[in-house]
Design a binder for this molecule. Structure first.
Ligand SMILES: N[C@@H](CCC(=O)N[C@@H](CS)C(=O)NCC(=O)O)C(=O)O
Length: 224
């Protein structure tokens, strides 16, 4: 999303979990995505990637210059990358454990059909046993935080200041695991986590996420 915001040319390489991560490790010395390769620079971790892109390509400014706004933007981005990311991932794993169709839609498209079917047929008890699931309290905490975000974007479409920042991008990208956006492709679009994707009190939040995506990928505008 930052590459799109800055109108940079890039190529996306999808990584198959497990086997594909060997190449990531060889390239970057660690196994997680995202990794950015920019000429001779190889950067892991979304926060480091954003800082690199902001330094090399300052326009449009995504890390606010005003000290107070910059502080809020960093705090929100860090919260989105840690607390929100962990809660959202556990929620998606739980949803995938319960729903074979969602499970199969999540398998990368280059995985052969025969292997895709294996994912579909794994009994949900096995998946539930190997994934870290959210307690009821943690689920309520996630819902409460999302409703607070909803309140914030109701009065202003940007979480910090009066233009798009890393705070909006970090939060919007995590929301995509709760309800997949158009950019996830036809298999995943509108799928997501029950209790969140279809929760009327979060409708405005997903609409906000869609508008941000639209403004980046299709140059639409964000309603003020
Ligand atoms: N703090 C890191 C987190 C990266 C991360 O959690 N990546 C996940 C996918 S979103 C991953 O690669 N998981 C595979 C693994 O941990 O083996 C960032 O913001 O870039």
């Amino acid at each position: 999303m930052v590459l799109e915001a800055k109108r940079l040319e890039y190529r996306v390489v999808e990584i198959t979990p497990g086997i594909g991560q060997l190449a990531v490790f060889r390239l970057s010395g660690q196994r997680q995505v995202p990794v950015l390769v920019d000429g001779d620079s190889v950067l892991a971790d979304s926060s480091a990637i954003i800082r690199h892109l902001e330094t090399c390509n300052p326009e449009p400014i995504l890390i606010p210059e005003n000290q107070q706004e910059r502080g809020y933007a960093h705090l929100i981005e860090d919260w989105a990358d840690t607390t929100l990311a962990n809660a959202v991932r556990a929620t998606l794993l739980q949803a995938a454990a319960n729903d074979p169709d969602l499970r199969i839609a999540l398998v990368p498209e280059d995985v052969p059909e025969s292997l895709r079917q294996v994912f579909k047929e794994i009994p949900c008890g096995i998946i539930g046993g190997v994934t870290e699931l959210l307690s009821q309290g943690e689920k309520e905490q996630l819902l409460m935080s999302l409703k607070e975000l909803c309140n914030l974007i109701e009065s202003c479409p940007y979480l910090v200041g009066d233009s798009l920042s890393i705070a909006d991008i970090a939060v919007a990208s995590q929301l995509s695991l709760l309800k997949f956006p158009t950019s996830s492709g036809s298999l995943l679009q509108d799928k997501g986590c029950p209790g969140f994707k279809d929760n009327p009190s979060l409708h405005a939040l997903f609409h906000w996420r869609d508008q941000i995506e639209d403004s980046l990928f299709h140059q639409g505008s964000i309603e003020v």
